[in-house]
Design a protein around this ligand. Sequence first.
Ligand code: NDP
Ligand code: 8X3
Length: 256
Amino acid sequence: MTTNNSAPVALVTGATAGFGTAITRQLVKDGYRVIATGRRLERLQALAQELGDAVLPWQLDVSDKAAVRALPSCLPSNWQEVEVLVNNAGLALGVEKAWETNVDDWETMIATNISGIVETTRSLLPGMVSRNRGHLLFLGSTAGRYPYPGSNVYGASKAFVDRFTQNLRSDLLGKSVRVTNVAPGLCGGSEFSQVRLKDNDKAAAVYENTSPLTPEDIAQTVSWIVKCPAHMNVNYIEMMPVCQAAAGLAVDRTMS
Ligand code: NDP
Ligand code: 8X3
C-alpha cells in the first residue's frame, strides 16, 4: 500500500489492543496516517504490517515523562504535525474496596490515566495551537460520571478526564483546536477486564449474557466526531450498550 505523505497525521496511544487498535484501523480507512503507540512494539509492528505505510509504529509508555516530552522532536519530520491525538491508553486495576486495594495499582492508574494524558497533551498541544488546527480526543468512561463499588481511583481518574477536557475547551476558546471526551460504558472485545481482574474466567464473566459495546463501535464514534464539520465540537459523548443503565442509588437496610 502506498501512502500519501500529505495525509493528515493522527497519534493514537494504546494502539496495541482493544479500542486503540480499532481506532487505528478506522482512522487509516478515513485517510489518516497514524502514529500507533503503546508499550508492546511487536503488536504495533503487526498493525503496520497489516495497514502498510499509513502506520508508524512507535513504542511509547505514556507514564515515561521524558519520552513523552521528547516525542514531538523525535518523530520523523513528515510525521511531526499531529492533527488528531487520541488519548486512549488507560487501565483499571482491581475491583477491591478502597481500604483493601493495592496502593501501587492506584499509582499505576494515576500515572497512566491522569499523568499520561496530561503529558501527551502538553507535549502535542503547542504544535496544534501554533498551526491553529487540531483535535484532542480522550477516552473517558461512564465510570467518570457514575460511582460504583470498586471503581474508587479508576472512576476518579476518568472524572479527571471529564473536567480536564472541559477546562481545555475553555483555554482553547478562540483557537481551531477541538476537544472531546468519549465516555463508553460496558465494552467487550478488548483486554480491559483481563488487565483489571488478572483472571481470564472472571474477565469473561463480566460480559456473560450481555451484548456489550465493541471496540469497532468506539472507533466509528471517534471517526464520526473527527469528521464533524470544523465549526462543530462534540464536547462529551456517552455510550452504553442497551443492556446497561445507571439503575439508582443503593440503600443498606442492615444498619438501623
Ligand atoms: P485494553 O486493555 O484492551 O487496551 C489498553 C491499551 O492501553 C493497550 O493498548 C495498552 O498497551 C495501553 N496502555 C496501558 N498502559 C499504558 C502505558 N503506560 N503506556 C502506553 N500504553 C499503555 O483496554 P480498552 O481498549 O478497553 O481501553 C482503552 C481505553 O478506554 C482505556 O483508557 C479505558 O479506561 C477506556 N475505557 C474502556 C472501557 C471498556 O469497557 N473496555 C469502557 C470505557 C472506557 P500496552 O500494554 O501495549 O502499552
Ligand atoms: C470501563 C467501564 O463500567 O468497567 O471504564 O468502569 S466500567
